[in-house]
Design a protein around this ligand. Sequence first.
Ligand SMILES: Nc1nc2c(ncn2[C@@H]2O[C@H](COP(=O)(O)OP(=O)(O)OP(=O)(O)O)[C@@H](O)[C@H]2O)c(=O)[nH]1
Length: 317
Amino acid sequence: MNHDADPMNELHWLIDMVQTIEVGLVVLDRQFNIQLWNGFMENHSGISPNELKGNNLFQRFPELPADWLKQKMEQVFLLKNNVFISWEQRPYIFKFNNYRPITGRAEFMYQNITLLPLSSLTGTSHISMIIYDVTDIAINKLQLTAANEQLQQLTQRDELTQLFNRRHWQQLVEQEFARFSRYQEPTTLMMVDIDYLKQINDQHGHIAGDRAIQHLAHLVSRNLRNTDVACRYGANSFALLLHHCDTVQASQLAARLQFSLQQTPLLFNGSHLSFAISIGISTLNDECSGYDRWLDTADEALANAKMAGRDQINIVE
Ligand SMILES: Nc1nc2c(ncn2[C@@H]2O[C@H](COP(=O)(O)OP(=O)(O)OP(=O)(O)O)[C@@H](O)[C@H]2O)c(=O)[nH]1
């Protein structure tokens, strides 16, 4: 007689597999009492099936998001459909430690979960939770997202000041120009340029020049509103896109910048290093034919301020 074909053998094999498979299996009855808790769940929770059998899942694990999970489970009972819960919705349901060598940096095991209706002759009386350890996938994706964000940061930001770089900022100016033709909100460009940076470099060294650029970037950022956008425009100049700001308000901001620079000189190697700035202002109007023309006007205002002797504010309407 061939015992291998014995249905009892098949049942034993299945039970062995359920116990040893690298996936969590939990069966709950209609009242969420635990009926099955496989080896994976035992290994990761440290609690044996004998300790849990018949216990209510939510009473034994009060840290579970009970309301949210019960709602999902009721949906399974009612509609007799599978429900899938991704780690991106909730990183985990059961807080298990992560022991994976590759992704050892993860504090916990990321999990995907499938809720499955289990039918008997009397209908759907039980529910099965299948818990997959997706820590490797989750960590790879999170690292990729972080790397992409860093890359985006690098392509948009100036390294010395961490302000936007000119290329990214000009795209924003272009968008603002397109918006203006529709909404006509007052918007102003401001160019801010350090006077005689070359002298600072020559007299105090290139590092002092760098510090002067960073010092001004800091002052500019501190004086801007949330809706304003600044960039490092040239070697020693910054450009500001000022939303909801007319010429008068922009002139006030320019004067405030000059004042705060006078009040807070750069501290370099233990001594105060003073420098001044020239500022050009151009508020957008209907006659402006393009965003590049608007930029030219702001540049022209800055050139006027320089020509007028520096440490000046100039406006080109
Ligand atoms: N420290 C430092 N210097 C820079 C940087 N980029 C450009 N420079 C220097 O900035 C100086 C700019 O010189 P200019 O264009 O004549 O400007 P300036 O000396 O500030 O004079 P005006 O703008 O005309 O008042 C040059 O000496 C450049 O070498 C930088 O990232 N760091």
